[in-house]
Design a protein around this ligand. Sequence first.
Ligand SMILES: Nc1ncnc2c1ncn2[C@@H]1O[C@H](COP(=O)(O)OP(=O)(O)OP(=O)(O)O)[C@@H](O)[C@H]1O
Ligand SMILES: [Mg+2]
Length: 223
Amino acid sequence: MQVRGLSVRLGGSYVLEDVSFDIVEGLNLVLGPNGAGKTTLLRTIAGIYKPVKGRVDVRGEVGYMPAEFADAYMPVMDVLLAGGRRSPGRYLAWLKAVGLEGFENRIFSELSTGQKRLVLLAKALAEGELVLLDEPTANLDPAHKALIMGVLQRVKKLKTLVVATHDLDLVNIADNVILLKGGSAIQMRPEELNEKVLSAAYGIPILVVEADGRKLFLPRYDV
Ligand SMILES: Nc1ncnc2c1ncn2[C@@H]1O[C@H](COP(=O)(O)OP(=O)(O)OP(=O)(O)O)[C@@H](O)[C@H]1O
Ligand SMILES: [Mg+2]
């Protein structure tokens, strides 16, 4: 699957300009500063935005978890079934997989922010072979984050994931990185994300430390 020469205009200006990269099997991480166009890219792949130029070649059904969501006063089961693309049993299995077994009759708007995110993650995972996730680990406590990283690690063997995030811990389970900045994209392997590349991308020094068998990313906040 691939994105080629993609240009997207919103509100009269180009948000993405001539963006090209491959979507590989496994976990594709989309990184970049606030306003870089990560959400715009996911929405364009999902077909919500139409590009002015270029193309998105994807296969299979697309599941999409937005970073922001309306606070619907309805049971979780109705949120999952909205759009009617899968059987109730399938949604319930994914609800269990994200640690929310028994939540199907709770009112969605009465859940915590992290719980709502997990419901929408279950929905996206149930609905697509290509799954687009916008900030899936935001608002999660360490235990839920560990659970979700485990789910993503297992699911990436079965489905293709495109994950937009500021959570650099996900670099450790990524197979491909797309770095967005100033409307352009650079594609690289996760191991190429060194201090120089990261610091240039985000505009502050980011140290990369190896510990506990993984990479830890430490931004310097005192600059
Ligand atoms: N509907 C819209 N109309 C006009 N401009 C928009 C619209 N949506 C997004 N933009 C602009 O496009 C740019 C990219 O926004 P986008 O939401 O894609 O960034 P992002 O990388 O997801 O940022 P963040 O990390 O803050 O979520 C921003 O400058 C934003 O102001
Ligand atoms: Mg965004």
